[in-house]
Ligand binder design. Sequence first.
Ligand SMILES: Cc1cc2nc3c(=O)[nH]c(=O)nc-3n(C[C@H](O)[C@H](O)[C@H](O)COP(=O)(O)O)c2cc1C
Length: 338
Amino acid sequence: MREERKLAHIENYLKTCYAGNTLLSDIFIEHDPLPDLGIDDINTSVNLTSGRLEFPLLINAMTGGTDMAVNINEDLAKLAKKYGIAMAVGSQAIAIMDKKDAESFKIVREVMGSEGNILANMSALASVEDVQAAIDMIDANGVQLHLNPAQELVMEEGDRDFKGVCANIEKIMKEVSAPVIVKEVGFGFGESSIKKLIKLGVSDIDIGGAGGTNFIEIEDLRMGKYDYSDLYCWGNPTAYSIIKARDLSKDLFIIGSGGIRTSGEAIRAMVIGSNIVAMSGEILSYLMHGGYESADLFLEQFMYKFKVLMLLTGSRNIDELRSLPHKITGRLKDLLNE
Ligand SMILES: Cc1cc2nc3c(=O)[nH]c(=O)nc-3n(C[C@H](O)[C@H](O)[C@H](O)COP(=O)(O)O)c2cc1C
């Protein structure tokens, strides 16, 4: 059942067509025709507590536990290693239940080696023992705890009760051996949820905002009893979530994610408060439609264009990029001013 669902997530993601809006296009950054920099002066590296990345990007959690996932995770891990970026594996619950499914997760550590920056992934409702087992399975540098109530509620076989999730996150943070990142999967965080996480002592948030991969649509395409198309527009847009999180805390480590497909979107997500950005669906599309070479070329272009935009904004390094002045326009401005 879980294996079928994992495959359906990939197949249905590729069929989704609802055009959400991250609101990142409402961020305006000035072009600087006098940058006084060369492209080779641009430094995109970032230092994390768990090591250094050559570029502020995480290939975000997607899959594991199926034969197809072995190949996908191997290819994604090769790309992460090649470009010196981080990678999160998909939910490991499947391999906690059946150890034979662990190979599709372990391959990521095998490919990326001991230097690789790899995140484990489990539900925020999982037990401490299972989260620790997921970390140990891949010798993870950190663990993502995913929050996906919207997805569960539209799945016929999904959870209906999320009581105790905050207390569980708190317990996991105290007891597991790796840093914890709390993540949404595409509906983002608003002011009240970010405040709850800060109160719990969470220091790392993966925004997973609305405007990219849409799990209400993905689950709807699995042909349940109800039609959920009227809910596809639900969620906190990525740009709104990042700004809210940064306004509430200068110290949070923010992974800007949800609908990051282009270098322009990534640059905007960084300027409004992200420490790094993450991407799932877009890289998966290139990999599934064009194979490894296509995903490789996509990432190469994405990173080159990110550097181009750093140069055109006069940003020598990621700290300078993150402190660029910017203006907020349109619907994003309306939402923030309300
Ligand atoms: C096919 C697919 C499977 C996913 N599976 C997981 C998962 O197992 N665990 C998780 O935390 N997020 C999962 N996600 C969510 C992503 O990690 C990410 O938060 C979300 O897709 C938003 O980013 P995007 O718009 O760049 O795709 C999945 C996404 C996709 C496209």
